[in-house]
Design a protein around this ligand. Structure first.
Ligand SMILES: [Zn+2]
Length: 202
């Protein structure tokens, strides 16, 4: 059996976290220079979150395409940006929100936090933490979606659910280990950080 497919996701997570740290630090320096002026914060956070969103889009598209190509079997409709944007606009049952809408919600939350808090740098760090948490999860979600698309494009009808077989396996997932599901009706994962994965039914 092939190994756990989240190696590429982990690389994407590492890269995006590094970029996000740099972007938040840059924004914080600029904000400090402007003495955390309220209007400046609004403009800066807008710019910041647009850049973060673009970083995620670029890297997640690459991730989806690489995952698709390495999935066996896979079809010939490599994920394109339109596919990814549709995925960003879809309600995510694990995260319990629409990623595309959450971007702006997080921006507002951070801007309001910075403008109202005394410890402004702490609010930047909080914003970074929430952003990274979401980004990490999205890399997992995009990996799953790209794998399932690869299978579906190749005509696969049934998939097998696999847990990670380590002590971190969540109780909800345990009974699903080895179960076979129709590819168009897989129950959604039940919690953040779930790294259960799917293979085709041999
Ligand atoms: Zn799980």
């Amino acid at each position: 059996m092939e190994q756990n497919p989240y190696e590429l996701a982990d690389k994407a997570i590492e890269l995006l976290n590094k970029k996000a740290v740099r972007r938040f630090n840059e924004a914080q320096s600029k904000a400090a220079l402007a003495k955390f002026d309220e209007l400046t914060i609004i403009g800066l956070t807008k710019e910041l979150y647009e850049s973060l969103a673009q970083d995620n889009q670029d890297t997640m598209l690459e991730l989806a395409q690489m995952v698709y190509r390495q999935t066996k079997p896979h079809g010939s409709q490599i994920p394109v940006v339109g596919w990814l944007l549709d995925f960003f606009m879809a309600y995510n049952p694990v995260m319990k929100y629409v990623y595309q809408h959450e971007i702006d919600r997080k921006r507002q939350y951070t801007a309001e936090g910075i403008n109202s808090a005394k410890d402004k740098p702490k609010e930047f760090q909080r914003g970074l933490m929430y952003w990274s948490r979401m980004t990490d999860q999205m890399c997992i979600e995009v990996t799953d979606a790209a794998r399932l698309k690869a299978f579906e494009d190749a005509g696969v009808k049934w998939v097998v659910w696999h847990t990670e077989h380590d002590e971190k396996v969540c109780e909800e997932c345990e009974p699903r280990d080895g179960k076979v599901y129709p590819i168009d009706n897989i129950p959604s994962k039940t919690h953040w950080g779930c790294r259960c994965w799917f293979t085709i039914k041999e």
